[in-house]
Design a protein around this ligand. Structure first.
Ligand code: AMP
Ligand code: MG
Length: 421
């Protein structure tokens, strides 16, 4: 038997397929999850103008200096400023303007008294009507400090400052900030386009009925979801049966839209290994056995798309657990790196709650449930090691990483665990 390739060597072979991140401009609406490639400076200040932080009355604070409950100061309301009013108003001393949250402060005003702290002939401490029928008189019963309830222009960010630093992942708040400063296009590291193709003559689309010997196809939705979670855009195309010509025809159809093709199935030692047979014939892909469990049969290389471009392809084993664990171990880190994202998941040291066995010479990735006890991490291995136990994978929140030369560990031992959540 040829020597097995180590996990680390195959990780390197897979990583070498990826190009460095490429800077592109995309619409802010399409940038979710991507990483800013350059600093974004704002051309506008936020707020762009002094405005009111409350619904109330714009005043000259000096006018209210002597106001008390016993001797209120009563001032006429000279204008009404809803949010969105675009003309410039000036407040004359001895009068007030009714002003809404976010509305521009009139020149001459230096504070806003919240409506709740005032009284008027239209009602106690509230706006009785949206439309003013007559000029009401507003009663103030206390002074107000200068600047109170005013959001000063530039108090959030000043024109010319960096709003988003290069290297920042763009999530909801960052997209909000970009919109708030009026930006429509943003420079990011390009999103990788992943196409997932499952193979297997036993596969049936979920929702249809199964005959004896058939199973529902689960790898392509799972791998596409994993690629999406990793930040890529993923498409899962309809699976193909174990037929070399059909497989190659589908690869030719999908390659043009892909930065990376991921296949599942057809790479082990059986008699109908469609992926291995097809891509061994075309060349450009190497098939190896990796010293790991699950996920021993692996392949990676390039296929040529109809325009002559070499498209990276990674051929994962079909067993569902092998397939997803292989994605985690080999694909996720370089896929994220190619988009400027932090490649690795968080790893913790955790105390084993049960003893485990591990095959000699193979690095094992056991499914586990990670939790905390007395301020430290604990991990319970779950499910058998064989790679069709999708249920335990779905119940796991961690992969316990057992080195190749370890064959057994007692409970209480400290192990490395990769957090999947
Ligand atoms: P293979 O790698 O093609 O030899 O498949 C190994 C095992 O995984 C077999 O039991 C297959 O039926 C199963 N399998 C392969 N592909 C899929 C898939 N897309 N969805 C669910 N199970 C699969
Ligand atoms: Mg198969």
């Amino acid at each position: 038997m040829p020597a097995l390739r180590s996990v680390e060597d195959h990780q390197q072979a897979v990583a070498a397929l990826f190009a460095p991140p490429e800077a592109v401009k995309v619409a802010v609406a399409d940038a979710l999850g991507l990483v800013a490639a350059v600093d974004v400076r704002t051309r506008v200040s936020l707020p762009g103008f002094d405005n009111s932080a409350m619904d109330g009355y714009a005043v000259l604070a000096a006018d209210l200096a002597d106001a008390t409950g016993d001797h209120p100061i009563v001032l006429p309301m000279a204008a009404d400023i809803p949010a969105g009013r675009t003309d410039r108003l000036t407040l004359e001393p001895g009068s007030v303007h009714r002003i809404m949250t976010g509305a521009p402060l009139p020149d001459g005003a230096d504070a806003v008294v919240p409506v709740e702290l005032t009284a008027s002939d239209s009602g106690e401490g509230r706006f009785a009507t949206a439309r003013l029928l007559a000029t009401p008189e507003i009663r103030f019963t206390a002074p107000i400090p200068v600047g109170k309830n005013i959001r000063a222009a530039g108090s959030d960010i000043v024109a010319g400052e960096v709003a988003i630093r290069a290297g920042t992942r763009l999530r909801a708040p960052q997209l909000g900030l970009l919109a708030a400063i009026g930006v429509t296009m943003v420079d990011v590291w390009r999103r990788q386009r992943v196409v997932v193709l499952s193979t297997g003559s036993e596969l049936v689309t979920p929702g249809q009925s199964l005959r004896h010997g058939q199973i529902y196809e689960s790898n392509s939705p799972m791998l596409a979801a994993a690629a999406t979670e990793a930040g890529a855009s993923a498409q899962s195309v309809h699976f193909v049966p174990d037929d070399v010509d059909g497989f190659l025809a589908r690869i030719a159809e999908i390659a043009g839209d892909a930065d990376l093709i991921i296949t599942s199935g057809g790479v082990s030692a059986g008699a109908f290994e469609v992926v291995k047979d097809a891509l061994t014939a075309t060349g450009g892909v190497e098939f190896v056995k990796v010293a790991m469990q699950p996920g021993m049969p692996q392949g990676c290389g390039h296929v040529i798309d109809p325009s002559g471009r070499a498209v990276p392809i990674i051929t994962l084993p079909g067993n569902p657990v092998s397939s997803l664990v292989s994605f985690e171990v080999f694909i996720r880190p370089p896929l994220r790196k190619a988009m400027g994202l932090a490649p690795n998941r968080e790893e913790v040291h955790a105390r084993l709650l049960d003893p485990i066995n591990s095959p000699d010479g193979k690095r094992q990735f056991l499914r586990g449930v990670l939790g905390q006890s007395l301020g430290g991490w604990i991990v319970e291995p779950i499910g058998p090691p064989s790679s069709h136990h999708l249920r335990y994978l779905a119940g796991a929140n961690t992969l316990i990483d057992i080195a190749a030369d370890v064959t057994s560990l007692p409970d209480g031992w400290i192990v490395r665990a990769m957090r999947l959540d």
